[in-house]
Structure formats: structure tokens, C-alpha cells
Design a protein around this ligand. Sequence first.
Ligand SMILES: [Zn+2]
Length: 266
Amino acid sequence: MYSLIIIAALFGLLWGSFLNVVIYRLPRMQISGIVRRGKPLAFLALPLSYCPHCEEGIKPYHNVPLISFLLLLGRAKCCGAPISIRYPLVEASGALIAAGSLAHFGWNLDALLAGIFLSILLVAAVIDLQRYYLLDTLTLPLLWLGLLVNIDSRFTSLEEAVLGATGGYLLMFGLAAAASFMLKKTAMGGGDFKLMAALGAWLGWETLFVLLFLAALFGLLLAGMRYLARGRAHRIPFGPALALAGAVMLFWGDKMILTYLSYIGG
Ligand SMILES: [Zn+2]
């Protein structure tokens, strides 16, 4: 099993490398169409990787996950432009997703579906961190996929999933409306409602309150980290905190809910 997990982690590095391409291209393709050297890109995965700075193609041996970043000391081979730390971090996350799903669920369809769930969350979260919005092309498929996988009660019962999707949306909508009323400005975007609905569809309504509590905690941590990094208070998106909380609940949801219930005396 250990060798299988190591193979999964190596595959996950390559998968993470592909997710980097999606993170870069998907929002650009949706806004303006993405153009390289005057030609629009037709596909997400084609042409192969190129430098976002000078648009020079990247040689495969300069595109090895993690290793290339370290060997090139974080600078592009073509033009010396600094490579964002996001690239190795997303690659490492891809490895974690693959290895973690396999280790937790075993060699089966559950692990594959968990990997897809976590990958979509990762892409949505990183785009949200950069651009302050969650893409419908990610949150909506994640929502119906959650209902679909739970038809045969895979991660939660279908009933829980439907209530989770509805309840998740309404919960966030209600919170946002209340917060906007009190702060007199928009507190959360509609993307957060859809992401919460998607998480409810995958994990069931019972997870929602613990999920929200965790997300608030991660949101505070994230705000603290940004404050330390930039030296001033900074607006932070809620999507990444929600996504991280969703990932935690997928693996340890049952334990989290039991702990939560024991605290409130249930
Ligand atoms: Zn370059």
C-alpha cells in the first residue's frame, strides 16, 4: 500500500502541474478569450505550457513539478522572470490530494471521486485568492456532481445531500444578507453561496454548521497571514477558507461533528 501511495503522490505532482494550467487559463478563457502570440487558445490543455511572461514554450525538462522550481531557483529559464510560489504549492497540493485520497479511501472509486472533489476545490480556491471571485464553471458542476455521486449514498445519503445543497445556499445567503445589513456593504459574493451549496451536496446538511465554524477559523488565519505578509489589513476572499473546511470535513467530518456535539452537550 505504501508504494501505491508514493506512486499516487508522484502522479499527483503531475496532476497539480495540470491544475496550475487550469488555474491560469480558465478565468482568462472566460473573460476575454486567451490569446498567445496573437492566436486565441482553443483548449484548456493546448498548447503545452508556455511562460506567462514572455510566452516562450517551456521545455519538458524545465517543467518537472517541484524539482524545476528548485533547480531554476524560482526563475523562468527563458526570460528570468520570477516564477510564482503558487506553482510549486499547487503541485505539492496535487500530490497531497492524490496520496491523501488513496490513503483514506483505499484503491476504489471513492478515492477517485474525492480526488476530483478536492481538485475542483483547489482550483476554485486559488482563483478566488487571486481574483476575488468563484467561477460558476467550477462551483455549479461541483454542486450537481455532489448530488450525482450521492445517489447511492457514497459520502452521505441523497436526502442529506439535497438538504445540504439547499441549506448550504440559504445559510450563506442569510448570513450575507445579515452581514450586509449590519456593515452596510456587500459582505459576501454569490459564489460563496454556490460553493457552500456544492459542499452541502457532497457532505450532507449535518456538516454545514461545523463546516462554517471551521471556515470562519481558516478565514481568520488567512486574514492574519495576509496581514503579516503585506503589513496592512487586507480584504480576503471567503472561498479558500470554505474550500479548506470542505476538504477537512471530507476526511474527518464524522469526528468533527461528534466533537462539536459533545461541546454543545448533544
Ligand atoms: Zn519567459
